[in-house]
Design a protein around this ligand. Structure first.
Ligand code: AMP
Ligand code: ZN
Length: 486
């Protein structure tokens, strides 16, 4: 695996070389949040993973149209078209309009992702903004014979579809077993088959979010929005479709079925799934009650948290695991990530202060190659981080005067750090990017310098020791004084 970008395709269950349908253009669709409540840290992990993928594709020269939807209608509590509408239920609870709920949690979602320094998608379409497209798609699926109406509700006919297509293509499950198992559950509704799912649901008298359709007043099923919006913005066939692994068995399986039943084409060439954030081995979820809100993590205000951790520490913790591995949350793991992240940021703050020599004790090329190779091997961020720690070690050696680096190698080192830390990982130094803190420290360092020049060593020591007790280390050299966070 030495050339090209390889990614793991859930559809074929292997790593494949990435060959976009019309390079350099890439279409990527990722299932977005259901905005009836705050996103938890598990949700964030999935969006941070796709941000890494988006950033790396752009860095590699692709022109990416990244579509990430907002689910703001049509999501019932049960996965099988039963239960209350999540938005209406929450609206009642908070005594707000359903669209006030949508607005409140959409803004909250954006705020959280901004704190994690993720890039906004190219298009962020909403389900409620695409009711017409969903109705049109359902009409075509019905015309093609893969859906049927029962009293104003439209169901997708899985058994009929399975005669011509592979319903379990994504998960490789045995359809006969699935049909047998679900048959045993008995018919509690109007579906012909228990695997059938709703494309359009007839409104009850109390349903608030409702729209007219050829089949009467109702609302769309959850899955149809993604099929309709991906086709609208990326076409019937596009490059990458992604989401959390928990979506593969139902939501994505049904999306493929709908899209194929409509256009007769497999919608995405590569299906990518991120693994789950867990707490003591259990998947973080709203229903399990172990879903930290990012805000609680930053302040430490949660019974399972010993203290708060900054957004970049949390992001670094996530990048230290491969996106297809599970990642278990713990205070200890975050402690370790915080130390590691600081080490990296401190090295970065020294990078600009290194002076080149005529000779070099270090060659940076192999580090750059290892980082590129790791990212080209299905976005292997933990391997990149190990290489970045090696780069940090080299920076410290040179800064301490225990090694030399040439101008060419120093430029390579700066580019390596800039590309991988900032551009591809989207990390930032929360300490040094704090403009006020920087200005205050510049002032304090100036006052200390004046004190030393006046031989007022009591004041200069008081400043140095005072800052040290706050975790800020001053270092004097012939070029002046610099500071790092301990
Ligand atoms: P939802 O808002 O529930 O539709 O979820 C939004 C996204 O978060 C989906 O792609 C889910 O697969 C993903 N997700 C949910 N729980 C977790 C978790 N514990 N770890 C990682 N991703 C998750
Ligand atoms: Zn979706």
């Amino acid at each position: 695996m030495d050339k090209g970008l390889y990614l793991y395709n859930t559809l074929t269950r292997k790593k494949e070389v990435f060959e976009p349908l019309s390079s350099p253009n890439v279409g990527m669709y990722v299932c977005g949040p259901t905005v009836y409540s705050d996103v938890h840290l598990g949700n964030c992990r999935t969006f941070i993973s796709f941000d890494l993928i988006f950033r790396y594709l752009k860095y590699s020269g692709y022109k990416v149209r990244y579509v990430r939807n907002i689910t703001d209608a049509g999501h019932l509590e049960g996965d099988r078209d039963e239960g209350d509408d999540k938005f209406a239920k929450r609206a009642k609870l908070e005594q707000l309009e359903p669209m006030e709920i949508v607005q409140k949690y959409t803004l909250g979602f954006h705020d959280v992702l901004r704190m994690f320094n993720t890039l906004p998608p190219s298009i962020e379409p909403t389900a409620t903004g695409h009711i017409t497209e969903q109705i049109e798609m359902i009409k075509v699926i019905m015309d093609n014979g893969y859906a049927y109406e029962v009293d104003g509700t439209i169901y997708f006919d899985v058994e009929k579809y399975s005669k011509n297509y592979n319903y379990t293509i994504l998960t490789n499950r045995n359809l006969e077993d699935m049909l047998a198992n679900t048959r045993e559950l008995g018919g509690q509704d109007d579906k012909r088959g228990r695997l059938d799912f709703a494309l359009w649901i007839k409104a009850k008298p109390e349903t608030i979010m409702r729209w007219p359709s050829p089949w009467g007043v109702g609302f769309p099923g959850w899955h149809i929005e993604c099929s309709a919006m991906s086709a609208k913005y990326l076409g019937d066939e596009f490059d990458i479709h992604g989401g959390g692994m928990d979506l593969a068995a139902t939501h994505h399986t049904n999306e493929i079925a709908q899209s194929e039943a409509c256009s007769r084409k497999q919608p995405a060439k590569y299906w990518m799934h991120t693994n789950m954030l867990t707490v003591n081995g259990t998947r973080m979820s709203k229903s399990a009650g172990n879903g930290f809100l990012p805000g609680e993590l930053f302040t430490g205000d949660h019974p399972l948290l010993e203290r708060g951790f900054s957004p970049m520490t949390v992001k670094f913790f996530m990048l230290q695991a491969h996106y297809r591995s599970t990642l278990d949350f713990s205070n200890e793991a975050l402690d370790a990530s915080e130390k590691g992240f600081r080490r990296l940021m401190n090295a970065l703050s020294l990078l600009g202060k290194l002076s080149p020599s005529t000779e070099s004790d270090f060659e940076i090329g192999p580090l750059v190659n290892n980082c590129s190779k790791a990212m080209n091997d299905d976005f292997n961020s933990p391997v990149v981080i190990a290489e970045l720690f090696e780069a940090a070690r080299i920076i410290n050696i040179i800064y301490d005067g225990k090694g030399k680096i040439s101008a060419i190698e120093l430029d390579k080192l700066k580019k390596l750090m800039n590309d991988f830390v900032f551009e591809i990982f989207g990390l930032k130094d929360e300490e040094t990017s704090n403009v006020e803190l920087n200005s205050v420290l510049d002032l304090v360092i100036d006052i200390r310098k004046a004190a030393k020049e006046n031989k007022d060593y009591a004041t200069s020591d008081r400043i140095r020791l005072g800052l040290q007790s706050m975790g800020i280390q001053l270092k004097d050299s012939k070029d002046g004084t610099t500071w790092t966070k301990a």
